[in-house]
Design a protein around this ligand. Structure first.
Ligand SMILES: O=C(O)c1cccc(C(=O)CC[C@H]2O[C@@H](n3cnc4c(=O)[nH]cnc43)[C@H](O)[C@@H]2O)c1
Length: 220
């Protein structure tokens, strides 16, 4: 069984309304934010016998805007290579320091399953769905300014931010289940400007990409 996870009904619904749930695929809403996501995914995996063959986490994300590099743009599809928990540590003027050296050990970075990533990239390419791939940052507190976003982007070489990905990845690693993450950019991380959001279109793009991906993974 493949488990599909998304934070909200808006994101999951955009997929389910357009593409009826295929056999062998289950869904779970994680809720918004890393704590809720960690609790719900861990509870699901603890009760799953046998465990899912893979977890696919999807939804919308904010693209960081950093000068001197190619940033993700509105409605771009992005694949995660790594998830970092970007606001865990000591919040200083221009970065979040880890607690290394203080005697407190932190788990704040998970590499996603490389085999799934390679298969997904091949499936999306064959379906002519363009994508970017890179580091995803998970935050408890949405970056409400371009400056804050650029600091996180620079510190972690991150492409975009969300609020659940690290938690899902950490739970999956704990239970030994391979995980893949795909998000569509609904907003850029700039000084708050809600009127520029493209939430509906991003959810629809994401749903279409997930449908191609699930079909491809089942046919593989
Ligand atoms: O009110 C705002 O300014 C605002 C800015 C970004 C996101 C929100 C949300 O309430 C959505 C959180 C929800 O969507 C994902 N998401 C989408 N864009 C971002 C982002 O720029 N930073 C963090 N999370 C984002 C996230 O995974 C949540 O599930 C409000």
């Amino acid at each position: 069984m493949i488990l599909l996870t998304a934070a909200t009904d808006i994101e999951m619904g955009a997929f389910l309304h357009a593409y009826p749930l295929p056999q062998g695929v289950s869904t779970l809403l994680t809720g918004v934010g890393p704590v809720e996501a960690a609790v719900r995914v861990s509870a699901f995996l603890a009760a799953s016998v046998p465990p899912p063959s893979a977890v696919v986490n999807f939804g919308v994300a904010g693209a960081y805007v950093l000068a001197g590099r190619e940033n993700a743009a509105l409605l771009d599809i992005c694949l995660a290579e790594r998830e970092v928990l970007a606001d865990l540590g000591i919040c200083e003027q221009d970065e979040v320091q880890t607690l290394h050296g203080t005697g407190f050990a932190l788990e704040s970075c998970v590499e996603l399953d490389i085999e799934l990533l390679v298969r997904a990239a091949r499936i999306l390419t064959a379906a002519k769905i363009p994508f970017k791939q890179g580091v995803f940052a998970t935050v408890s507190c949405v970056s409400g300014t371009q400056k804050r976003g650029a600091l996180i982007a620079e510190q972690h070489h991150a492409l975009c931010e969300n609020m659940e990905g690290f938690a899902v990845a950490r739970a999956c690693r704990y239970f030994g289940v391979p995980m893949f993450e795909l998000r569509c950019i609904s907003n850029t991380v700039i000084d708050r400007k809600l009127q520029d959001w493209q939430l509906r279109e991003a959810c629809n793009n994401c749903g279409a990409a997930i449908a191609s991906l699930i079909n491809g993974l089942r046919d593989d």
